[in-house]
Design a protein around this ligand. Structure first.
Ligand code: ATP
Ligand code: MG
Length: 548
């Protein structure tokens, strides 16, 4: 997956570093997910960047789990995250690590800071620490425990580690500057007490290091040459540097920030996604409506389309809000030439052909208009067919080109029909139609002279397979969700399930994905039964959207 042509400020910087021989060994990056949820498409941007760079510069990427909070993390997420990265097409080879692997070293560095009078044990409560931290305009207030002697700090920290104190009673804090204009530098917490089983280290530890302390040290220990993170960590960079400058460590990676991916109508925080799962708004983390990589995969989105999406959005320092259409565009580009096209009806409406007699007529149709390699299939036409309800209108809007009472329309690959009669049920609802067909109007050999305005898809009764069709739409109705109550922002129609019909040949085909003509791209659910196949809508068809 080499792509020497990519140029962005990070890759340019790496080229400069290589040219200036500033890199010992090979370019080394890392992707550091916290295993507290599934990866989402925002993470894909970071994965494509970190792994992409290693591929392009013959470097190495560590997959490092940032597992420093046993209360929210679990091995289920560790497994899912690895599966998703592999699916996306990247490989960390032997470079799989966990922050928890470094707990002993991290602890030793913490004692080192204490010995250098750069850290102290603080007995203030969490609330008190927050209240004395100050604000952007007001400096913080020093903790009364700030000037504890080294020995007392060491003793207390060791007793914290032994488990002598309750959760929340004490923390280890860096001793930096409570008047710093950067709030992150106001004696930040480095370690806290959490009496909980950790999924890897078990009950070995009851104190856990904070992200800002852990991350820079792990980067240094692994020899990360470029530590790439999102812009919200820009204000943490001085702390990243401070920690490495104040311990005895021989490597100091540069932290480089880029803007995170934001998508319209989409929320990408694992915390919020977890809430959607817990509150049953969606069925699971891998529900096809979720912006998780597992969700996208279950919706039929090819990994190559996600990579192409990430390539197109690029890497900058500008805040951005991407249009969801761009992802659909990449998906269609990926599927367009390789996906067979069949006919499907979401809401079948029966049409009896009054003048048809005898055996069903067999018709041949290519699976793809241009890609002949996809071959062809046989479909049939006979005395009972089905069309989609939306392709008939008694009271048509202007410019309606489909079937209307007494009107004509062409059935794709077959004949022209004319509607003769509308049959209603006891409630007055349309139950079926009666129509005649024009035998001389067969596709490809039409001598009827008729000029119908529209072409619609159909399935004949004998050639129909019953299927379930699931159409997905955005989960949120607001362009930038998360500013209001989640419930009020949800799109109630994010999933619509249809009892539909497709040609039998679609069900018999082994292709994973189809284009259903005039409707969209669909993935056949590999776990669904052959008696009721389920099709998930991957993307709508183009509505003329083009990238800018
Ligand atoms: P979330 O709030 O969704 O849990 P996070 O940043 O806390 O996101 P991590 O597991 O800590 O999740 O993220 C791993 C890496 O992915 C980090 O380096 C982070 O910067 C990056 N990342 C997360 N979200 C995005 C995004 N929307 N765009 C680009 N990179 C992202
Ligand atoms: Mg995080």
């Amino acid at each position: 997956m080499k792509n020497e042509d990519l140029r962005d400020f990070i890759r340019n910087r790496i080229r400069e570093d290589i040219a200036a021989e500033r890199i010992p060994g090979s370019v080394t990056t890392r992707f550091p997910p916290e295993p507290n949820g599934y990866l989402h498409i925002g993470h894909a941007k970071s994965i494509c960047l970190n792994f992409g760079i290693a591929n392009e510069f013959d470097g190495v990427t560590y997959l490092r789990f940032d597992d420093t909070n046993p209360l929210t993390e679990s091995p289920e997420y560790v497994t899912a995250i690895q599966e998703d990265i592999r699916w996306l097409g990247f490989d960390w080879q032997e470079n799989l690590t966990f922050a928890s692997d470094y707990f002993p070293q991290l602890y030793a560095f913490a004692e080192e800071l204490i010995e250098r009078e750069k850290a102290f044990v603080c007995d203030l409560s969490q609330d008190e620490i927050r209240e004395t931290r100050g604000t952007f305009s007001r400096p913080g207030v020093e903790s009364p425990y700030r000037n504890r002697p080294i020995q007392e700090n060491l003793d207390l920290f060791r007793r914290m580690r032994k488990g002598e104190f309750e959760n929340g009673t004490r923390v280890l804090r860096a001793k930096i500057d409570m008047r710093s204009p950067n709030v992150n530098m106001r004696d930040p917490v480095l370690y806290r007490i959490i009496h909980a089983e950790h999924h890897r280290s078990g009950s070995d530890w009851c104190i856990y290091p904070m992200y800002d302390f852990t991350h820079c040290i792990c980067d240094a220990l692994e020899g990360i040459t470029h530590s790439l993170c999102t812009l919200e960590f820009e204000d943490h960079r001085p702390l990243y540097d401070w920690v490495l400058d104040n311990i005895n460590i021989n490597f100091h990676p540069p932290q480089i920030e880029f803007s995170r991916l934001n998508l319209e109508y989409t929320l990408m925080s694992k915390r919020v996604l977890n809430k959607l799962v817990q509150s049953r708004v969606v069925e699971s983390w891998d529900d096809p409506r979720m912006p998780t990589l597992a969700g996208l995969r279950n919706r039929g989105i090819p990994a190559a389309a996600v990579r192409e999406f990430c390539r197109r959005i690029g890497v900058t320092k500008q805040d951005n809000l991407m249009e969801t259409e761009l992802l659909d565009y990449c998906v269609r580009n990926e599927l367009e030439q390789t996906t067979p096209r069949g006919m499907a009806l979401r809401n079948p409406l029966r049409v009896d052909i009054t003048n048809f007699e005898g055996e069903e007529v067999e018709l041949s149709a290519n699976w793809h208009a241009k890609n002949k390699e996809l071959g062809s299939r046989i479909l049939t036409f006979g005395s009972t067919i089905f069309i989609d309800r939306s392709d008939f209108a008694e009271d048509p809007p202007p410019k309606y080109k489909r079937l209307v009472p007494d009107g004509i329309v062409r059935l794709r690959y077959a004949f022209i029909i004319q509607c003769e009669e509308v049959i209603r049920d006891n409630n007055g609802e349309i139950e079926s139609l009666r129509a005649r067909y024009f035998p001389e109007s067969r596709s490809g050999e039409d001598t009827s002279g008729l000029r119908p305005k529209g072409v619609i898809q159909f399935v004949s009764a004998q050639n129909a397979a019953t299927v379930q069709i699931r159409d997905y739409d955005r989960l949120f109705n607001t362009r930038i969700p998360g500013r209001d109550e989640l419930e009020s922002e949800l799109n109630p129609d994010s999933r619509i399930v249809y009892d539909g019909m497709v040609e039998k040949a679609v069900v018999d085909h082994t292709a994973p994905s189809f284009q259903f003509e005039r409707i969209g791209y669909y993935l056949r659910d590999p776990a669904s039964t052959t008696s009721l196949p389920i099709f998930h809508r991957t993307a709508k068809l183009s509505e003329g959207w083009k990238p800018k």
